[in-house]
Design a protein around this ligand. Structure first.
Ligand code: G3I
Length: 315
């Protein structure tokens, strides 16, 4: 069976992949993406972000997101909405609008409730990347105007728009213990104490070959102990190019380690890779000289990392 079938057989809800609209004209690529024994869940890499969905105030465009939502629906795959509130890929009317607190509150409420209401019954990254790596809050337009209140405003609007949606906070460099993980745990505790709806925490999982954080499983357990589920939401493990058999073997081991950590914790519900093939990975454009981060190569052939994922799911 494929990765999703193996994940289900081993107690997880899904194994999934991100995708993006431009790739959907690539027929061999889509054939693998459409295989719901391989991927039981899909995340749109860009087309549900704020710049794509509300390019000007009150004008919503769902065309790109709908294509991916419909693909997932046709294949019987879960959809992860990504995302409602994030400092990046914001249209300038939001990032440079200089709104007062009441106006920005209303803007967040409208954006989140319209988005979550349009794609009902899904999982949502409601708040994306709220922290700096040292565990302080990111000084973005939302925090600078509303302090941490923007987080509960977004979550409450999402819950009101769809009581059945799973609401997550999603971040990176929170996969192992450290200041940023502690900050995220403290946020979850505070939200729970305040009765703000929060169902899960997404650990993105953008890693470097040979440099995984230690104690990923212990860290996942620290989150589930707070009464939230956990998902690995954007897994990829990059290397300095060119890839060599040694690097590919280490990458296989690293994929297995991450997946095993999720497998071993009941409340870790699923894993999403940040696209399945090196052909469409975000890594080379962002980190010059790095890449080969995905389990399939640029010719859509499985790499050793694939076997690492299988072994992790069966741990
Ligand atoms: O839409 C424009 C297009 O009009 C233009 O011709 C083209 C030229 O460069 O750029 C296009 O925008 C790009 C956009 O992706 C859509 O393809 C941006 O330049 C590019 O920076 C953007 O990258 C995305 C990145 O988020 C932006 O922050 C990646 O595809 C996407 O995979 C990545 O995903 C993020 C998650 O959302 C959050 N976690 C980290 C993860 C990796 O960075």
């Amino acid at each position: 069976g494929g990765l999703h079938t193996i994940a289900k057989a081993n107690g997880k809800l899904y194994f999934g992949s991100a995708t993006d609209n431009p790739e959907l004209s690539d027929t061999p690529y889509v054939a693998i993406l459409d295989d719901n024994t391989m991927f039981g869940q899909i995340t749109p890499g860009n087309s549900m972000k704020w710049d794509a969905t509300e390019p000007s105030r009150g004008t919503f465009t769902f065309s790109g997101g709908d294509v991916i939502a419909n693909l997932a629906k046709q294949n019987g795959q879960l959809l992860r909405g990504h995302n409602c509130v994030w400092y990046s890929q914001l249209p300038s009317w939001v990032s440079s609008g200089n709104f007062d607190a009441a106006t920005l509150t209303s803007i967040i409420q409208t954006h989140c409730s319209t988005l979550v209401g349009h794609y009902k019954g899904q999982i949502w990254d409601v708040v994306n990347e709220p922290f700096n790596d040292d565990g302080t809050y990111r000084q973005d337009v939302f925090y600078n105007t509303l302090n941490t209140n923007y987080i509960s405003i977004a979550l409450q609007a999402a819950r009101a728009a769809d009581p059945d949606a799973k609401l997550y906070i999603n971040d990176y460099n929170v996969e192992g213990p450290g200041a940023k993980s502690t900050a995220l745990q403290n946020l979850v505790k505070q939200l729970k104490a305040d009765n703000v709806p929060i169902d899960g925490v997404g650990l993105q999982g953008h890693f470097i070959v040979g440099e995984l954080p230690g104690n990923i499983q212990q860290n996942i357990e620290a989150f589930t102990a707070l009464g939230v589920e956990v998902a690995i939401t954007e897994l990829d493990i990059r290397m300095t190019l060119p890839s060599t058999p040694t690097l590919l073997a280490q990458q296989q081991k690293d994929y297995q380690t991450v997946i095993t950590a999720c497998k071993n914790v009941e409340g870790c519900v699923g894993v999403t890779i940040w696209d399945y093939t090196d052909k469409y990975s975000w890594v080379p454009q962002t980190f010059s000289g790095q890449g080969a981060a995905c389990p399939w190569d640029a010719n859509l052939a499985k790499k050793p990392a694939y076997d690492g994922i299988v072994a992790g799911l069966q741990a």
